[in-house]
Design a protein. Sequence first.
Length: 225
Amino acid sequence: MRRRGLLTTGAVAGFLALIGCGPKPEPEKPPVKPVPPKPVVKAPEPEPELPPIDVPDTARVRLETTMGDIVLELNGKAAPITTANFLRYVDAGKLDGATFWRAMKSHNGGFVQVSTSGHRFPPIAHEPTSQTGLSHTNGTVSMARYAVGTASHEFTLSVGDMTYMDAGRDPEGDNQGYAAFGKVISGMSVVRRILNRKIAKTTKPGGWDGQMLEEPVTIISGKRI
């Protein structure tokens, strides 16, 4: 005789089977990491338009240097864009404290190079010698550049015949030459002395090996005359 309230072995097995058929609890989900917002990137502001400069047919600029004065005569009629750019630096006082830092010597002369001081103005359109009719002869003032249209704040003074710098003389490159825009009319002896100054034995990274002046020559002031 079985006692009431007790389950048989078969009943226990069936009960356990019934429990096993029930729904399984869902596994816990890992917490969701918050996604940080993307930084807002502002579009670069356009370069402010520069006020126009009245470009005369000719303009003269005196460079007072620590080695003597050099007087330039700029040809605004033949090269108005390049002349206007140079006069903008002069009028802004950016030739004051500028330096002759490079002297490229060749068998018949060479050139010296200047970098102006402070903020640079936007680069200018290229005026090749094939357009202006000018040439890199002795005393020529010309803009330094990398690619066409990058000239801005550096210029060179030629010593001797440097006509290889004219447009059409370098078929392996862009063949556009450099933008001549004036001449030295006084002080070529100063330019030659700068060219013949001592060259630094070591060159800084990115410099011109064998062309960096050991002691750059400072322009005390550059003014229109």
